[in-house]
Design a protein around this ligand. Sequence first.
Ligand code: R5P
Length: 278
Amino acid sequence: MDIISPTFSEMGSPSIEMKKFPDGDSYVRIDNVSSLQGEEVHLYHRLYPEQDHQIFNVLLMLDTLKRVGARTTLVVPYLPYSRQDKTFKDGEALSAQVLCNLMSKAGAQKLVTIDCHFLKKEGEFEYGGLKIKNISANKLLIEHAKTLVDGDLEIISPDQGANYLVSDFGGKSMSKVRGDYQEGDEAYRTVEKVEGDFDVKDKNVLIIDDMISTGGTMIRAVENVKKGGAKKVLCAATHGFFLKNSYEKLKEITDGVFVTNSIPHEAAKVRIEKLLKE
Ligand code: R5P
């Protein structure tokens, strides 16, 4: 049985009501919940944008389903906090673990997600007390890229962590060096270098990553292959946040930018509904 939240209505007709109380507290109600007793349920919900609010909403949904005895597999296309699975400085929170733990305690028997940053490969895992199935959109993104160029395509990931996205397609990976946190209120570590000494002269290149957030990684990677004399440069990612005007910047310096619709955006040219249903 599919239970669909209004955040993910591409999966079907929503059967969850999500509102706010006058003070801003979340209100969640699932239609005909008592009929789900003992049922195996797939709960489809997006956790981004407004991740903290949507995380709390999903905890309410999971608990409501648990109270009637449903067995819930949670399907979220993008898992927020997935880059905080290890600490860089002493005393930092392990946010990815906290989130998985909360979802498991609230009633998720399993999480299905796409290109989860800390898993770095497809398959079945257990993390933070939660069973996770991680699937990749790499094949769909690469197929889309092939429709945009004539001839061969050189496939490159901008760092070693994203190597699993390209390795089955004869791809290569650049290496990335991040610096320390910048001054100020934003917890952001600068991208110091993205390098790879591949021969890209006169070749069509696709650079593919799990996510484009501020665009710092992708912009550096594009600059690198353009310096190497690449003919046509496309860039793609599973999850596109495109913060800090990075969509405009990437459009300016490449021949095409696209992502999946795991997060709604005008660059979302590759659809994930079928992948998730399968
Ligand atoms: C990190 O290793 C990820 O795979 C991405 O490369 C990174 O999160 C992208 O972030 P940004 O767009 O801010 O460079």
